[in-house]
Design a protein around this ligand. Sequence first.
Ligand code: TRP
Length: 333
Amino acid sequence: MEKKVIYSAVQPTSQLTLGNYLGAVNNWLKIQDDEQNDCIFAVADLHSLTIRRAPEEVESRTLSLLAQFLAFGLDEKKNVIYVQSHVAAHTRLAWILNCYTYVGEMARMTQFKDKSAKHADNVNMGLMDYPVLMAADILLYDTNLVPVGVDQLQHLEITRDIAIRFNNIYGETFKVPEALLGRAGAKIMSLSDPLAKMSKSDPNPMGRINVLDSEADIVKKFKRAVTDSEAVIAYDPEKKPGVSNLLTILAAVEGVTPEQAAAECEGMMYGHLKLRVADAVAAMLKPVRENYAALMGDKAYLLDMARRGAEKAAARADKTLARASKAVGLLVD
Ligand code: TRP
């Protein structure tokens, strides 16, 4: 039976959060262990250039994200793990796809509109072209499934539109990918504002747990988590968003339902509940922190690993690029 290609990429902008860990990373670890899956994980460094950053920061965050991937337990023997800019086919296919994508479509993208408002002094072409490069990422590997959050769904839709449009003109060239939507339940909210999602870009650092936070920081942040004044532990996201978020986190770490976590903690003081959740999270992230520190101490290993990954990725991507190039009439040798 043919394996399913599952493609994921993350921008090297900031550390992943506990929300990413319990939502996305846990799922990656599961899918990499299924023999039916052929998983590809990329560090989308080219995408990260759309927002102006210091070169040292781009470099260090790229290495850091590679190390985080491995520290979580992603295995280069089971998956292809690489850095986007190391595989030249991405930008080359993006150029071809640009010629089959309309300016109007890109101008309408929600993320483009949000980011251009937020970075009004730097509305560069890359920001507008972002979804086309993302389409190239996905289409190069004959991807079947792309695990996405709702914020990236529109980009996946446009990827499908571009692929279908191209195939209609030139015949079957690209596999049309589908979204692999995350399972509901593990949506983690901000600790300081439990009505907002825990986000990498939350300006309030107390609201999010970063996967590499020290144990002391984890405890400090949970201690200050916003709850309510009822002093009753119950899972009720509407009436008790703060307490319910703590229970959701505990449940996700322990692999039980939030209702079971609530029953387990019934009668506890809020302070006690917070410490209980903080301890569970700190224990879960401890090996990640330790692996990460060891990996970051060995830059040569990380670069080597990235090179091996890029070789495997390029061998596959180049075939698709040749197919697309030939389809439009470029001379392919
Ligand atoms: N745009 C994605 C994000 O910000 C990152 C990304 C780049 C991506 N290329 C991709 C995700 C291809 C999935 C598939 O999260």
